[in-house]
Design a protein. Structure first.
Length: 817
């Protein structure tokens, strides 16, 4: 069978016309990669009746940063897939997907309901699961598709036609296309063109087998030629699933979606309304299509989203009447509005919400009062339930604040996500080029409350408990059994460290990169301490410590690239460090490992990446580059003074040798190539202690938390001065606490403290005993912390107490400290 002409089939189905009519408002895009078009209606509006073909959309949480409008817009703006998006439910890498049952050639499978892509595909039973570049093949379970798999097309493959799809997260699937029968809600679409993926790089969920594409049909991904061919010149348009359904006369050219609150079930109706109770306003508005493509013509991923014009946003008594294009997306959790509107709404919370750059969203006390918010659509106001304005399960672990349901969408286009969609029933009338909205009843009977067993036996229960004799289908699309997990990516379980930090069931290796004396060990120590403070299991594996087992105090010649023995020992040290790291991950449930080494060549970095990827460990490279000679010399002095490599050696000789060591590394050092073959890596580059920072492909919560901390890290040497108050009257009486006057000696110390500070400015170890009338300066070093104490020479009583002691005054001893 030959592919059907897109213009013929879609026009025949009433889903396309050659005439494009632009909206009266400006629909120009703020950046390349996003364009809008408004299609002239070619059919009358669909009947305003409840469809007899309805089906449950079952939600599940999964890593979907590449399957929603927010990430697609961000990736298009960056000009590349996998660029990351900071504003999508930033506290967690999880969002919500909706699965539905599809009977594929007689085999029931679960598929993701996707209004952002047009192609329908499932994983083929003999598919290959690979890494991002397709160079390494993993066991099939590593891609975490659900079961059962599809073996072949009922009506055979289409010769020389394949599909190639990519997503904003970097995921890719490709394979042959053919014709099969697909059934949804009792509607069987015969011989519809679909794909079977046999090459996949996929973050699966152990439930769904593929994607049911429901986007506007202008963007499909069928190509002629070899499997790797995805250039526009080789694109072969075709009629996708919903177009074929309408063309065969099985449904009106519309479908409706209603989502319930708290991530309960949703409902889709084919060819009409869902039939769920609604109240309040009803409005219709023209349907626009937002086409999102990267700027590079050779890239295969693309999205086409249903979009409307929102006439204004209201909060309290204030209305912003700017007309803006908003994508309607069931897979985006928050609702994204223009920056000035987001800021004003955040300020309208009581108390006001504040923007947290680490998450790219607004947060407020979890008991804050949200303003009354409405979106003006089609001349009507659609208010959001205040419950949807506060996401209490998304907390900042430091402040305890909760994320609010509105965030800034930058230059746009903006997004009506679940925050809004949980309050309405929306109908996409593609034939009439309209979208209709009805305010959902807050007391509606939702499919979430319907027993699947009753539904199967008697249809949809009536409001009085009796069954309605109709062809509705209410099936739970998520299996009750516990899914299995792969080593490559475990996506279904959410782990918490007890502070609200969602760390997933994922392992991360932070790989340090850079020449010696660039602050790598200092960064590694600080990152480990920060993660442990967040109750995230972290450990640093310093390759130098492993190397010292066979070469305790080597000279610079040991690091010469021509020294084969030195190279072998350094390689053995790196292998031992990584082996211990993998053991730590597996046996001690570690979460973040920091590999502290130079990792100065592309070959070494690829070796580390391959080792980690093979064991299911994510990798983020952190490179510290520095050309500031003063800072480098300060680091050299620090290392030669504190490093075990130079313990007991003459300082001048140590500094000279260390300089020569750096020169040996400079002969082979190659910075991470952000524009070349290392562009696909996840990395952070810090130049000259923060003067410039480059971030690439940071994709999930844990990575973003690490990166944000390191971006704000003070790498330059600095000191912290600690001092207690002067001796108090209560101290003289042996009392603890309280608020009393200083003793005469305490006042004397207070007056002398400024002088002590002036004398101590200069150089800088954590203390175990903090006596009165003593100034203590701490300075972090690459190998530990230096402590210097400045005595005021003013006597004071000891306030130290041994454990369980009732003494009025007691001095510490080495045995009791």
């Amino acid at each position: 069978m030959k592919p059907i002409s897109l213009l013929t089939s879609l026009a025949g189905a009433g889903l396309l016309t050659a005439t494009l009519v632009h909206a009266e408002i400006d629909l120009s895009s703020p950046f390349q990669g996003v364009s809008f078009q408004r299609i002239k209606a070619v059919r009358d509006r669909s009947s305003d009746e409840t469809s007899t073909h309805r089906q449950v959309l079952k939600p599940f949480h999964g890593r979907i940063t590449g399957h929603n409008a927010a990430s697609a817009i961000a990736a298009a703006e960056k000009g590349q897939p996998g660029a990351g998006y900071q504003n999508i439910t930033a506290l967690s890498p999880y969002g919500t997907q909706y699965a539905m049952e599809v009977i594929w050639d007689g085999t029931p499978i679960q598929m993701i309901f996707d209004t952002g892509s047009s192609d329908t595909w499932a994983a083929r039973s003999d598919f290959s699961c690979t890494n991002r570049g397709g160079t390494i093949e993993y066991p099939q379970e590593s891609c975490s598709f659900g079961n059962p798999a599809i073996d072949n097309f009922k009506y055979g493959e289409i010769p020389d036609i394949h599909f190639t799809l990519g997503y904003g997260s970097g995921e890719r699937v490709s394979g042959p296309m053919g014709y099969s029968d697909l059934t949804v809600a009792g509607i069987t679409v015969k011989q519809t063109q679909v794909g079977l993926a046999n090459q996949t790089f996929w973050y699966g969920n152990n439930v769904t087998q593929g994607i049911l594409g429901m986007a506007y049909p202008a963007l499909t991904s069928a190509y002629s030629g070899s499997l790797s061919e995805n250039r526009q010149a080789f694109q072969i348009p075709y009629a996708p699933f919903f177009t074929t359904m309408v063309q065969q006369g099985l449904s009106d050219a519309s479908f409706s979606v209603a989502l319930a609150r708290n991530s309960s079930n949703g409902l889709i109706a084919w060819g009409g309304r869902t039939g769920l109770p609604t109240t309040g306003p009803t409005a219709s508005t023209d349907l626009i299509v937002a086409n999102i493509n990267p700027t590079r013509s050779e890239t295969a991923w693309k999205y086409s989203y249903y979009t409307i014009i929102v006439e204004g946003v209201q909060w309290g008594q204030t209305v912003d009447s700017t007309h803006c294009a908003y994508i309607v997306d069931t897979a985006t959790t928050l609702t994204y509005v223009p920056p000035q509107v987001a800021e004003a709404i955040a300020n309208a919370f009581e108390p006001a919400a504040m923007y947290m750059f680490s998450f790219g969203g607004y947060f407020a006390p979890c008991d804050a009062i949200a303003p009354r918010i409405a979106f003006h659509i089609g001349g009507e106001k659609f208010f959001i339930n205040p419950v949807d304005m506060m996401w209490r399960h998304l907390k900042d672990p430091l402040t305890g604040y909760c994320q609010i349901g509105i965030s800034t969408g930058g230059p746009g286009p903006y997004i009506l996500g679940m925050t809004f969609l949980q309050n309405v029933e929306v109908e996409f009338d593609v034939g009439a080029a309209e979208a209709s909205y009805r305010l959902a009843s807050q007391t509606q009977l939702h499919p979430a409350a319907i027993s699947p067993l009753v539904a199967l036996q008697g249809g949809r229960p009536g409001l009085n408990g009796g069954a309605i004799n109709c062809r509705s289908i209410f099936l739970s699309s998520i299996p009750l059994q516990q899914p299995t997990f792969s080593l490559f990516r475990k996506t279904m379980v959410r782990l918490t460290n007890g502070m609200g930090v969602q760390v997933e069931d994922t392992k991360v290796c932070v790989v340090m990169v850079g020449l010696p004396a660039r602050g790598k060990s200092f960064i590694a120590q600080k990152a480990q301490r920060y993660l442990k403070w967040l109750s995230i299991e972290a450990r640093t594996f310093n390759v130098g410590n492993y190397r010292r087992e066979t070469a305790a105090q080597p000279t610079a010649d040991f690091f010469d690239v021509k020294n084969r023995e030195g190279e072998q020992k350094r390689r053995a040290a790196a292998e031992a460090a990584i082996a211990d790291m993998m053991t730590w991950f597996q046996k001690e449930n570690g979460t973040v490992a920091i590999l502290d080494a130079t990792n100065s060549t592309k070959e070494r970095r690829k070796w580390v990446l391959d080792r980690c990827t093979k064991e299911g460990v994510e990798v983020i490279f952190v490179e510290s580059k520095c050309d500031d000679e003063d800072l480098i010399m300060a680091n050299i002095r620090d290392v030669k003074a504190t490093s075990p490599d130079y313990a007991g050696q003459d300082p001048e000789q140590a500094a000279l040798d260390f300089r020569n060591r750096i020169r040996n590394y400079e002969q082979v050092y190659t910075s991470i190539d952000e524009d070349g073959d290392e562009n696909s890596y996840t990395f952070l580059k810090i130049m000259d202690v923060g003067k410039q920072v480059i971030i690439n492909r940071i994709q999930d919560y844990l990575q973003s938390r690490i990166v944000y901390y390191l971006m704000n890290l003070h790498i330059r040497p600095r000191s912290i001065w600690l001092s207690r108050h002067g001796e108090s009257l209560y101290n003289l009486d042996g009392r603890i606490g309280g608020d009393t006057m200083l003793s005469p000696r305490g006042e004397q110390y207070a007056r002398k403290l400024p002088e002590l500070v002036r004398e101590s400015v200069g150089d800088d170890r954590p203390l175990t005993v903090v006596p009165l009338h003593t100034l203590i300066k701490l300075t972090p070093r690459a190998y530990g912390t230096e402590e210097v104490r400045y005595e005021a020479n003013i006597p004071a009583v000891s306030t130290w107490r041994g454990k369980g002691s009732t003494a009025k005054h007691e001095n510490p001893t080495p045995e009791t400290i």
